[in-house]
Design a protein around this ligand. Sequence first.
Ligand code: ADP
Ligand code: MG
Length: 268
Amino acid sequence: MSTKNGTNQARTSRDVGSELIYLTKALKAPALRDAAARLAERARDEGWSHEEYLAACLQREVAARDSHGAEGRIRAARFPSRKSLEDFDFDHQRSVKREVIAHLGTLDFVAGKENVIFLGPPGTGKTHLATGLGIRACQAGHRVAFGTAAQWVTRLAEAHQAGRLSDELTRLGRIPLIVVDEVGYIPFEPEAANLFFQFISGRYERASVIVTSNKPFGRWGEVFGDDTVAAAMIDRLVHHAEVISLKGDSYRMRGRDLGRVPAANSGE
Ligand code: ADP
Ligand code: MG
């Protein structure tokens, strides 16, 4: 009798085992599959309820997904391309200190709700560094959203027109890191400047922004069409911020002797 029961039980748990393999595969839940049998043993030893066991299994899967969610966060952030801090050549770009970027890479600035501003001419690595920091943040579990200043303004203007600007600002305020790339490439209309100011002010000491601009602060009056608005914006942005000024020629032009007449015997 006891032998028969034992055999039945063994077969049943084998069946359940293969059923679990099938089901967790269908759910794409490998962490759940790996944990199920071990947790069942503990549940039996410790007399867990069915609900407690289910919660423990699901917790394993959720934890695994959180740590592996970086890829999803990177895609959701909509970076224009994948650039990493590791790929940045500090020997080429001498005006930015490796240690400064390494420190930013620890993401203390996100925890501290501080900002980072990259200023400098085109091609000097502003978008690369902003993206590299954004990807780091995604990998560390933070939600990130990337857009050019023009894209953010379009998004805010659409929300404003639809009468849901404050909802949109609240929603964006919950994203711990937002990248605003290319401030200054296109001058803002007064309406856009005002929306943008609300956006930045709303994040003040609440969440971080990385801003890049090809214009030094002294020329932001032109960008925002108004010196007072520009000054208020700069004030909000830099109060808790690392401001990094990049210098030099475009990285894309490296190795080309711009403006130099090739020597007759250079063979080019
Ligand atoms: P910016 O945003 O300042 O105009 P980007 O960051 O877009 O410049 O840089 C232009 C291109 O050159 C990108 O492909 C970027 O990855 C590359 N680049 C710029 N500076 C460096 C650098 N110091 N090391 C490696 N790649 C760089
Ligand atoms: Mg750029």
